[in-house]
Design a protein around this ligand. Structure first.
Ligand code: FES
Length: 97
């Protein structure tokens, strides 16, 4: 089954990256899109934590965390836990194309 992975930087002292990853996992379940259809095929989405994504001006030095979506190569900057619903909704919408 094809996979989409969201890598969330957890290289901040504040711990916001871990909080963002947790919120994204919760939101995937809440919106029922952990596995979704994309181009007629099932697409599974996984949330993973990682170290620096070289977006530090929008992560370690900002109010949130940086994350990247693979294989789409979409970057989100300054993501906070309250943004998880919007990020997940955006991924679900793009999968329906
Ligand atoms: S510390 Fe998060 S992108 Fe560099």
């Amino acid at each position: 089954m094809p996979e989409r992975r969201l890598f969330v930087c957890t290289n901040q002292k504040s711990g916001i990256g871990e909080a963002v990853a947790k919120a994204l996992k919760k939101e995937l379940k809440a919106q029922g899109v952990k596995t979704m259809l994309a181009d007629g095929r099932k697409l599974h989405t996984r949330i993973q934590t990682c170290s620096c994504l070289d977006r530090c001006e929008h992560c370690k030095k900002g109010p949130g965390a940086a994350l990247v979506v693979y294989p789409d190569e979409i970057y989100y900057n300054d993501v906070q836990p309250k943004d998880a619903a919007c990020v997940v909704a955006s991924l679900a919408a793009s999968a329906k194309k």
